[in-house]
Design a protein around this ligand. Structure first.
Ligand code: ATP
Ligand code: ATP
Ligand code: MG
Ligand code: MG
Length: 874
């Protein structure tokens, strides 16, 4: 067996619209192609011995053990690998559960598809599942435990922390989209101008000055003290003289802690005599010169969480500890504690396992204990100096027990410090009495407080503290998304996208759009290149200035990693024609339909799919579309249009020279095609088609007819604005057309246009694209033979796996098959071919260059135009 390719899908894809996170592994079964599982002696037994939990997989049989039964009866290795992949992820704490295995059109080569939770875990799982299957088949050992541990490690490294994760989960539950920015925990919620950001529990609204105040413990204490909120009395000291003075004033017991400390570093607690106080000062000064000396408050550690100035949760925190039973030593007690199933690896469970570290050893040392010491029955031995959950601490929810006066005080504190998400540490005997009565005090105020102790306390009620964060970022009724129109199809995507974007922009929106030429915001191109995949879509959706997205969405990106958005408002399918067949397991128009329909399947239920009634394969999709559908046609008598009109539905047609919206049988005329420059005086039918698509999509979005009409009239095709889309250059005696047509449908579109062009002679410059099917290259030659009088065959820059001779002979046989007496010649370089064509032009010649590197061709023609103007001037 050999893995040919592992792809990570991240958005709606050909396998599933809802299951966005899938691994697609292309697997060559090689020798295994002839060895189903029942032909490998002992396979089932070894599989069951290695992964007994596969018993839960029902597979197609629908009963427990169903999968094992299939293995016994004989199934192919791809299918086995899919189940192994799902199960090892489950064993590593990532329960997913979606899988598909399909043979491709190449015998022995399969696509094994399964869902993942963390991307890199998915990739590792793919590799290991094949390895596991191979070992089982060969009767070799495989260390499953090591594989699961490795998966857990990758998971902990990759996944969002518990606080960030909880907010993302809450957003997803509310259907708010999210994008992880970078590798850490910075997350964008929402799209474009409606986005909000957060990182752990710092939000885009968290005030920087508030964080500064909270980080300065002394300043925080002073501000709270000034506001009559109880804090431990004390002062800052830098030497023993200071210390003595403070001790005289506040008396014992005291606490010494470094001013800039955290996690309890350098801190000495419950000091009752001068000698210990002096040592405590030295200890604290190893961390910072300035040291806080304050009264030791007795009681328990509490954490109160205030979000958007409302208390949402309170917890009592207990550092990791063990309780003696009079028999076991400390090490044994820790081992026993770690057996608690709630304690897991990293953040996988409610609690974290207790690891023995320097802090633990120091604490034990202070008690004159070692790990071998046997504590008394009922004796509590602390193993950590702080109550953080990540070091094995536990928490008890006490939210409902907080005295109203304390609630008011905590909410006031959050305002005094100015923190939108505020964690207040309180030392007190309890929170059920007002602090002033219990003698408790505020120890510090934390910015970015962790949520895990409230989300999953070890005792008491779990609290959804992520919900108030999302409430704050998105109060009721505040939009989270921006409108998305996605455009797909074989031909006309870029033109339609640009037209729609132009209309949207003229309606006052700041539009971001992606095309196969580049990414644009308003009129500015931000990156150049084929930007029709998910990363480009995300570029637009991440931009905080964009109010409306129009996304050209091509085949390549969908197949590579799925869509870059989970759903769109309007999906436009221009047509499904022969192109790119024979690539990526797409062999015919039916396969291609499966790819293009992903865009329409991603349209929201109450959104619109805009489809071409003149296109057979598009119309075959009609019964499968879940959203509302509107169709367009060049012919108002098209059967589908007539049916739609009869049913009172919305359509868009070309009739009597007008672009017209129909609501049922009622007609609303938008504009005359003659007056829409991109239609080349209504001569280019395919451009009219694109105008119909764009008009219909924008009408359905809700733009006014007059506004659409104005925009259509002001969209000027030009070599700058729409390079390679029917750019006509006029010379004194002849004309040159530069166009990007590169497949039979594109050639036919040009043929149709040329019928309306008057000329004495038509010269064409064409080329075959190397990675297309024989019949497609032949067909292009044939259409060229029909529409030109003389043909110059050139070669593409990239031959994509064929020789020039091969491609050219296919084209030539196409030309000959056209049945017309056409002359042809071969000039490999595009620029040379174009120069030659212009040199042989006579009065009334019309040259059509179906170009590869459009910008070079345009530069050359414009240079010739300038030369002509200069010569005229002489
Ligand atoms: P962390 O980063 O874990 O919050 P820190 O270094 O910021 O720790 P503090 O929060 O000030 O330090 O104190 C840590 C722990 O030490 C407190 O939770 C409390 O248990 C104890 N402590 C600190 N100051 C006092 C005090 N004045 N009286 C009693 N206990 C105290
Ligand atoms: P690509 O897949 O290369 O990005 P595209 O779908 O974005 O192509 P456009 O760039 O709009 O298509 O147009 C490319 C060429 O395809 C045009 O210059 C024209 O020759 C042809 N074309 C455009 N629209 C249509 C149409 N509606 N029907 C058939 N051919 C078209
Ligand atoms: Mg603290
Ligand atoms: Mg394009």
């Amino acid at each position: 067996m050999k893995i040919e390719k592992i792809q990570v899908l991240r958005g709606p894809n050909i396998w599933s619209i809802r299951r966005k996170k899938l691994i697609q592994m292309r697997l060559d079964l090689e020798e295994m192609e002839h060895l189903p599982t029942n032909k490998i002696p002992g396979f089932r037994e070894r599989l069951e011995a290695l992964i007994p939990s596969l018993i839960t997989h029902r597979c197609s049989e629908g009963v427990e053990g169903g999968f094992f039964h299939r293995v016994e009866m004989g199934t192919w290795m791809g299918h086995v690998i899919e189940h192994i992949a799902l199960e090892i992820q489950t064993l590593a704490g990532m329960d997913t559960g979606f899988g598909r295995t399909r043979e491709t059109k190449t015998p022995g080569i399969y696509n094994v598809v399964f869902s993942y939770i963390e991307e890199n875990c998915g990739v590792y799982t793919a590799e290991q599942s094949v390895e596991i299957a191979r070992c089982i088949a060969d009767g070799k050992e495989y260390n499953l435990e090591a594989c699961i541990q490795k998966l857990k490690e990758i998971r902990e490294r990759e996944r969002l922390g518990p606080s960030t994760g909880s907010i993302v989960e809450e957003a997803v539950a509310r259907n708010i989209p999210w994008i992880r920015l970078g590798k850490n925990s910075l997350v964008q919620l929402g799209y474009g101008v409606n986005q909000q950001r957060f990182q752990a529990t710092i939000t885009g609204k968290t005030s920087s000055i508030a964080v500064d105040i909270a980080c300065n413990k002394e300043l925080t204490k002073k501000m709270l003290d000034d506001a009559a909120i109880p804090v431990p009395t004390g002062d800052l000291v830098v030497d023993e003289e200071d210390l003595e003075r403070v001790v005289r004033r506040i008396g014992y017991p005291i606490v010494l802690k470094p001013l800039d400390g955290n996690h309890g570093r350098g801190q000495t607690i419950n000091v009752n005599d001068w000698e210990t106080a002096k040592i405590g000062l030295q200890h604290a000064q190893t961390v910072s010169r300035r040291v806080i000396v304050e009264r030791y408050i007795t009681g328990f550690d509490f954490r109160v969480l205030v979000i958007n100035h409302k208390m949402v949760a309170a917890a009592r925190r207990v550092p990791a500890h063990v309780v003696g039973d009079g028999e076991m030593n400390i090490q044994q007690l820790i081992d026993k504690e770690n057996l608690d199933p709630r304690r897991g690896y990293g953040h996988e469970n409610v609690l974290t396992e207790i690891l023995i570290d320097k802090d633990t050893n120091e604490l034990l040392h202070k008690l004159n204990y070692t790990l071998e010491t046997v504590p008394l029955k009922g004796e509590m031995v602390y193993l950590k100096s702080t109550a953080n959950l990540s070091t094995g601490g536990t928490s008890i929810d006490v939210t409902d027990m907080v005295h109203p006066e304390n609630v008011t005080m905590c909410e006031r504190i959050s305002k005094i410090i100015g923190l939108d998400v505020c964690g207040i540490d309180i030392m007190a005997e309890n929170l059920t009495q007002p602090l002033k009565e219990s003698g408790g005090a505020i120890l510090e105020v934390n910015a970015a407080p962790g949520f895990r102790m409230h989300l999953a306390p070890s005792e008491g009620l779990p609290r959804n503290v992520a919900a108030p964060v999302v409430d704050m970022l998105y109060p009721h009724g505040k939009p989270t998304r921006i409108p998305i129109i996605a455009v797909t199809g074989t031909n006309g995507k870029t033109t339609t996208t640009r037209l729609i974007a132009h209309i949207v922009k003229n309606n006052g929106f700041r539009v971001g759009f992606t095309t196969s030429d580049g990414i644009y915001i308003q009129n500015t191109m931000l990156t150049k290149g084929d930007t029709t995949g998910p990363i480009s879509a995300e570029f637009i959706l991440k931009d905080p200035t964009v109010e409306f997205a129009v996304l050209e969405t091509a085949r390549g990106g969908i197949l590579r990693s799925g869509l870059g958005f989970s759903y769109c408002d309007i999906g436009v399918l221009t047509n499904i024609k022969e192109d790119h067949l024979g690539l990526s397991d797409i062999h015919n128009l039916k396969d291609l339909t499966r790819v293009k329909r992903v865009v329409l399947d991603s349209v929201k239920k109450d959104g619109w799919s805009v489809m071409n009634a003149d296109d057979e394969f598009s119309m075959r999709l009609l019964p499968d579309i879940d959203s509302k559908v509107a169709i367009f046609s060049l012919d108002e008598n098209n059967a589908h249009i007539r049916k739609f009109a009869k049913e009172g539905k919305i359509t868009c047609v070309y009739e009597e020279g007008f672009i017209t919206i129909k609501k049922g049988e009622w007609k609303i005329r938008i504009a005359k095609a003659m007056n829409i420059p991109i239609t080349m005086e209504a001569k280019a039918k395919f451009m009219i088609s694109n105008v119909l698509a764009a008009s219909l999509a924008t009408y359905l979005y809700g733009f006014e007819i007059e506004d659409i009409a104005n925009s259509l009239r002001t969209f000027m095709p030009s070599a700058q604005l729409t390079p390679g889309r029917l750019n006509v250059f006029k010379f004194k005696n002849f004309k040159v057309l530069i166009d990007f047509a590169h497949n039979p449908a594109g050639y036919e579109a040009i043929e149709d246009y040329l019928k309306n062009v008057e000329s004495s002679k038509k010269i064409g410059i064409i080329a075959g694209v190397g990675d297309r099917r024989d019949e497609d290259i032949f067909e292009c030659g044939k259409i060229a033979g029909r529409m030109f009088d003389h043909i110059i065959i050139r070669n593409e820059k990239h031959l994509r796996g064929r020789t020039e001779e091969e491609i050219n002979s296919l084209i030539i046989s196409g030309i000959q098959d056209s049945g017309r007496n056409v002359t042809y010649e071969i000039i490999p370089k595009e620029i040379e071919a174009l120069k030659h064509a212009m040199s042989m032009a006579e009065e009334g010649t019309f040259i059509t260059a179906l170009s590869d590197v459009v910008s070079n061709a345009i530069d050359l023609v414009q240079e010739y135009q300038n030369k002509e103007i200069l010569e005229e001037g002489k």
